[in-house]
Write a protein that binds this ligand. Structure first.
Ligand code: NDP
Length: 269
């Protein structure tokens, strides 16, 4: 394992479970100090923080720290309070990871506007609020900074019956590109990761059901769902100096889902 984040501080939203938890652990494995953000799951956040501590200890990263921050990313005042606290405690943030996300299925014509607002609120407005606060901080000191957003293959692939989710990830593509362009000349890189189907609690409806999982995996060119650690590795790459010339991009980590799998066999000509 490399130590690309030794002496760096990383804020991960939605780190009480799933991909966010894996990202927190991955940055800790590379020596980073980690802020574990979440909104409801106190036990999950405490567990992630404990894993981070153990990883720091095992790696011999004596100076690395962990901070737990309960804040709903859709809530402007809560995000401001979280940044105040992080900067008061640590004085500096180097990497912002916007991972928090929710979804809820519904036929679009029957969907509730409150659900649309809430899903856009967490997935897109939350990302905007955290990007804004992080960039303001990056500009206030030397050294620039890095943002990596958790998008989805549904950034570019429509997701029927998940309209707000699909719209939020489509919006995230433009948010990522616009911020990347706006701040490219000031040492700030903004990128996104686009996961496919990953084994996390958000996919409870199929991860523990072998038949349902088989159906999901039959649609994936590589024939299997992804693991959170495989996605966390992509976040670590994009946040590291190895990606120093990459900005405004979404890197899809999806087992081939974005390759139009229906065209695997010749049927159109
Ligand atoms: P999980 O449901 O496992 O985890 C979601 C995390 O987000 C939890 O830690 C949750 O914590 C947190 N969260 C939810 N709402 C808020 C909020 N308002 N403020 C702060 N934190 C919040 O989901 P995944 O790990 O699967 O998903 C993480 C990201 O990855 C999402 O953006 C999702 O869209 C994206 N993604 C996931 C894929 C997958 O197949 N799993 C595929 C493509 C993209 P708490 O409950 O404590 O608030």
């Amino acid at each position: 394992m490399q130590t690309r984040f030794l002496g760096k501080t990383v804020l991960v939203t939605g780190a009480s479970a799933g991909i966010g938890e894996a990202i927190a652990v991955r940055f800790a494995q590379e020596g980073g100090s980690v802020v574990v953000n979440y909104s409801r799951n106190d036990a999950g956040a405490a567990d992630t923080a404990e894993q981070v501590r153990r990883v720091h200890e095992a790696g011999g990263f004596g100076d690395a720290k962990v901070l737990v921050q309960k804040a709903d990313v859709a809530d402007e005042a809560a995000v401001a309070a979280m940044f105040d606290e992080v900067l008061r405690e640590w004085g500096r943030l180097d990497v912002m990871i916007n991972n928090a996300g929710i979804q809820k299925p519904s036929p679009s014509h029957e969907s509730a506007s409150e659900d649309f607002d809430r899903i856009l609120g967490v997935n897109l407005r939350g990302c905007y609020l955290c990007c804004r606060a992080a960039i303001k901080h990056f500009l206030s000191r030397d050294g620039g900074g890095v943002i990596v957003n958790n998008s989805s293959v549904h950034e570019i692939i429509p997701k029927p019956e998940y309209l707000p989710y699909s719209v939020s990830k489509g919006g995230m593509e433009n948010l990522t590109k616009t911020l990347a362009l706006e701040y490219a000349d000031r040492g700030i890189r903004v990128n996104a990761v686009g996961p496919g189907a990953i084994v996390t609690p958000i996919n409870m409806n199929w991860i523990n059901d072998p038949v349902a999982k088989g159906v999901v995996e039959s649609h994936i060119p590589m024939g299997r769902a992804g693991e959170s650690a495989e996605i966390a590795a992509v976040f670590a790459f994009l946040a590291s100096d190895e990606a120093s010339y990459i900005t405004g991009q979404t890197l899809f980590a999806c087992g081939g889902l974005t390759l139009f799998p229906e065209f695997r066999t010749t049927w159109s000509s």
